[in-house]
Design a protein around this ligand. Structure first.
Ligand code: HAM
Length: 418
């Protein structure tokens, strides 16, 4: 038997209702906030990710599924979708539109991480990207959309953590101050952090190793080294969140594992998730469009890990399947009538099913019960001979006789109102 790949899961029909609930909420909220769907490819040229996420990040260094195409070009399965959306934005000159460009996407992403609960190698994200405005009001809108999505689904114990990473001009000055601080504590840092000091010292603040956390407890904070305009931007984002009643927690250590961020960075966590506690995260990336060859374009977005949402989704949030009518047709005369009724009900938009393997009423009723049917239409040879059919309410077990000439429309409306 050939098995699936480690960290790559099948989503079986029994889980589909959860996924449909989650994806339905994502689409509904995106449309409510004026975001349109964009579908970008699941693979792109490797350079796109290296240049946008950053060559020295864990994602690019260790986690990408990269392979040569048959013509030798290096391709990569997308580890996230922001880079692809930005590429599409530039390639199709979407910025030339007079309206702000706001997109959402749903789809699989690929990272070669060590699989554990809530961490997979193929996982799914719902994300949004808003291009064209540097107003802190967009930051508030994007965070509000993320917050409404997660709280509408009833996910428990959510915390919004937020930080400002400063703009491109704030960063070098802060890096120098931070490096100076880290140099005095180098021997207390893990090997990875010592390496990061040379590549991206900010990431040291994000290290989960307890000794690194302790050593950097009193590290200088980026928020204390912001320029007046970055500071004002951050203040306006925070007061916008307060206006909307969205609770937040300042986290000066929140750095994010992707290099493209500027100014606002945020993460929503839940303690219900264990080690992999980030449900969704994002931030501003005002320099990325330009860095990839497009016009100067401020932008901000987030992505939510849908497996993590699915893990936390309360059963009460799952949208129940529509009522099902089961058609129990048997006998040489009953079966063709059943086939017609089944077809007509479906044409009227009623979910209708049968089991073609069942040949007795008892067998049919057992299957109707297993499928969770609300009603069963019974039509056997006896009923056909008498010119009638039966409707059985599976809940009350009451049966009602109706003439065979009853139209499917009539049947459907009875079924809907019963
Ligand atoms: P990210 O923080 O790398 O950001 O991922 C966002 C979310 O995807 C995480 O919070 C987590 O829920 C989920 N996730 C990440 N890796 C895995 C995994 N291996 N298994 C399961 N879930 C995972 C981004 O991807 C950015 N593109 C977000 C963004 C959009 N920033 C601006 N626009």
């Amino acid at each position: 038997m050939i098995r699936g790949i480690k960290g790559v899961k099948d989503i079986l029909p029994e889980e589909a209702a959860r996924w449909q609930t989650i994806e339905g909420a994502a689409r509904r909220l995106s449309h409510l906030y004026g975001y349109q769907e964009i579908r970008v490819p699941v693979f792109e040229v490797t350079e796109l990710f290296a240049r946008s996420i950053g060559a020295n990040t864990d994602i690019v260094e260790k986690e990408m599924y990269t392979f040569p195409d048959r013509d030798g070009k290096s391709l990569t399965l997308r580890p996230e979708a922001t880079a692809g959306v930005v590429r599409a934005y530039i390639e199709h000159a979407l910025g030339s539109s007079p309206t702000a460009q706001k997109f959402y996407y749903l789809g699989p992403m690929f990272r070669h991480e060590r699989p554990q609960a809530g961490r997979l190698r193929q996982f799914h994200q719902f994300g949004v990207e808003a291009f064209g405005s540097d107003s802190p009001r967009v930051d508030v809108e994007v965070i509000a959309l993320l917050w409404s999505f997660l709280s509408d689904l009833g996910l428990p114990d959510l915390t919004l953590e937020i930080n400002s990473l400063g703009d491109a001009a704030d960063r070098p000055a802060y890096k120098a101050v931070l490096l100076d601080f880290l140099k005095h504590r180098e021997e207390k840092l893990c090997e990875n952090c010592r390496r990061r000091m040379g590549t991206n010292p900010l990431r040291v603040l994000d290290c989960k190793t307890p000794s690194c956390k302790a050593a950097t407890e009193d590290a200088p904070r980026l928020t204390e080294h912001l320029s007046p305009s970055s500071r004002q931007h951050f203040q306006e984002v925070l007061s916008g969140l307060e206006t909307l009643g969205i609770p937040y927690m300042l986290n000066p250590r929140l750095v994010r594992g992707l290099d493209y961020y500027t100014l606002t960075a945020f993460e929503v966590t839940s303690r219900h998730l264990g080690a992999q506690n980030a449900v969704g995260a994002g931030g501003r990336y005002d320099g990325l469009v330009e860095a990839l060859g497009g016009p100067t374009t401020p932008a901000i977005g987030f992505a939510v890990g849908l497996e993590r949402v699915a893990l936390m989704l309360p059963a009460t949030a799952v949208v129940p399947p529509p009522k099902l009518v089961y058609v129990a047709a048997f006998g040489a005369k009953g079966m063709p009538i059943g086939t017609r009724i089944l077809h007509e009900l479906r044409m009227l938009g009623v979910c209708a099913d049968t089991d073609y393997r069942a040949s007795t009423l008892k067998g049919h009723l057992r299957q109707a019960d297993r499928l969770g049917a609300t009603f069963v239409v019974i039509i056997g040879d006896d009923e056909a001979a008498k010119g009638q059919l039966l409707i059985r309410n599976m809940h009350t077990k009451k049966q009602e006789e109706l003439p065979l000439s009853t139209t499917a429309r009539n049947l459907a409306s009875r079924l809907k109102t019963s």
